[in-house]
Design a protein around this ligand. Sequence first.
Ligand SMILES: [Zn+2]
Length: 331
Amino acid sequence: MSNLVIKELFRKIATFFRFSLVAFFILILLAGFRLYLISNSNVENPVFTDGDLQMYMLDVGQGDAFVLLQDDKAMLVDAGPLYNWNKTNKELKRLGVKKLNYVVITHYHQDHAGGLYSVLFNYKVEKLIIPNMSSFNVQLSDLFYHCINFTTKFENQISGGKMIEFVKRGDKFNFANSEVNFLSPTHDFYENLNNYSLVMKVTYNDIDILLTGDIEKDIESELLSSKTDVSADVYKAAHHGSCTSNSKKFLEAVDPQYVLISSNNGEKNLYGHPIKRFMDYLEDEDINVYRTDEQGTVKMMTDGKNIEFDCVEGDYKSGFEYLESIREMQK
Ligand SMILES: [Zn+2]
């Protein structure tokens, strides 16, 4: 390598770090400013429901974002992807949310935490619930992870350590008339960031909803071997219906009546989520499917006994089959 090439390489690295530092600095300033404006404000939510639990699976493209509303309480589970950074904020506004009692970020992948900045800057967040990922071997190049991690910790410091709560298996809290139980993670170290995902069961009277983030088959096996009760009426397909997850044994144990799938639509669906094996299983078992790639944002309501959706159920096409059918229609 010539001296010139080495010099150019060093110059690029220096520029990259300078840019990163400036970005960090700006984000921290904005975070502090947000807290100054929002944290002490007395905003209150309207009464969203008369006891019923509503859950919205937001159409955020390639990512996850779920809004749960009950009485005057609001909870966000994941905040959508970085490329669609303001979508969750807009949807929360549309739903009339003024304050988030809980924000749960299942793990720090950008398709789940990417919209968090926009949410933090726009809403008073009382509790930010995350898994403890301090043992995870994060690379310096995982800039997004560092930014989110640093900013949220900084905000936590300012709020006197009251904002962030690290949870693990066995932890629980009440959300209006519902109970939220965390089933995973069990350990504080996993090789794969997906496996840190918070798995939570939301129970309102007779109805159980299982939200799984992006857990992979290792965690599904761990839950089964520990004889955890994963059974649920409504199941959020793990990892967007990917082949890494949704093993047959796990699905049999969950035994859902309804499955929710959040994946990207049309030609932007690069991963082919959800996969054919999974969709074939759901069709064979006659399980109703709701999916953002086909149906956009999906609203679910329950009175604690019955479940209703605001749209008819989706079909059983895999992501790739769905893409094919779009291409056929374009011909
Ligand atoms: Zn994901």
